[in-house]
Design a binder for this molecule. Structure first.
Ligand SMILES: NC(=O)c1ccc[n+]([C@@H]2O[C@H](COP(=O)([O-])OP(=O)(O)OC[C@H]3O[C@@H](n4cnc5c(N)ncnc54)[C@H](O)[C@@H]3O)[C@@H](O)[C@H]2O)c1
Length: 249
């Protein structure tokens, strides 16, 4: 029996990278998946990769609160319950402070921080019924300052503490909330990572991990699966760093 037999998991950002690997891993362990993404083509590719049957998919922009509420209700209507919410959708990109427009700031906070908040708020009534849990994909940018990364650090640092705040608030009702903090992972996000012109090499080197090469999305998905499973019954409010030693002090 897989760890997620009979369970339903919602995964945002499921059309690529860590979200796709997470959806595939949870499905391989028996979960019925409700996958969502803003990218229809990527989402369709993921759906074709999922083991098992009865999965559900929908287009979703997590920065839109009403859409998040509707997506949670649609997932529960299609799959009958909700046990796990994985907030994976996110964007990145490095900018000097003077390059950060109001629009860029609002977009990064809207997708990386407000999105998981909207999803968690909508999902909580259903997770309370199943004593389910939430896994948020934060980042090492949630743990240490990173050069040219102010909006990303602010969004992921906020997400890390959103996780801890909800972990405390719902601890007595049996809903766990955890975060994973990856360093560099080989996905479309890192392949297209935008760097400012003439970066300070010394400061930029602080982003390097000690272990090479960088992580594969499946390695992050394995940690998500552990945190989302009953094996992690006693784990809540945790920020699990998977960074090849990048933030070891
Ligand atoms: N790749 C890394 O090195 C790394 C490191 C730390 C944290 N993370 C985080 O992991 C998460 C997944 O990143 P990834 O590396 O797999 O990147 P990715 O670009 O491969 O996947 C991100 C997915 O999110 C989707 N998305 C973007 N905006 C969205 C929106 N508004 N609504 C719904 N979906 C949206 C994209 O379409 C894409 O499918 C992100 O939150 C990212 O910040 C990634």
């Amino acid at each position: 029996m897989g760890r997620f037999e009979g369970k339903v998991a919602m995964v945002t950002g499921a059309g690529s990278g860590i979200g796709r690997a997470t959806a595939c891993r949870l499905a391989a362990e028996g979960a019925r998946i409700s996958a969502s993404d803003i990218n229809a083509a990527g989402l369709a590719e993921t759906m074709a990769l999922l083991a098992g049957e009865g999965h559900h998919s929908q287009l979703l922009d997590v920065s839109q609160p009403a859409a998040c509420s509707a997506a949670v209700e649609a997932a529960v209507a299609a799959c009958g319950r909700l046990d796990v919410l994985c907030n994976v959708a996110g964007i990145a990109g490095a900018y000097r402070l003077e390059e950060i427009t109001d629009e860029l700031w609002a977009r990064m906070i809207g997708i990386n921080l407000s999105g998981p908040f909207y999803m968690s708020r909508a999902a909580m009534p259903h997770l309370l019924k199943t004593r389910g849990n939430i896994v948020n994909i934060a980042s090492t940018a949630a743990l240490v300052g990173q050069v040219y990364n102010a909006p990303y650090c602010a969004s992921k640092g906020g997400l890390n503490l959103l996780s801890k705040a909800l972990a405390v608030e719902f601890s007595k009702q049996g809903v766990r909330v955890n975060a994973v903090c990856p360093g560099g992972v080989r996905t479309a996000l890192t392949q297209a990572f935008r760097v400012p012109e003439n970066p300070d090499g010394e400061l930029f080197a602080r982003l390097s991990s000690l272990v090479q090469p960088m992580a594969e999305p499946e390695e992050i998905a394995g940690a998500v699966a552990y945190l989302a499973s009953d094996e992690a019954r006693f784990v809540t409010g945790e920020s699990l760093t998977i960074d090849g030693g990048q933030t070891v002090s």
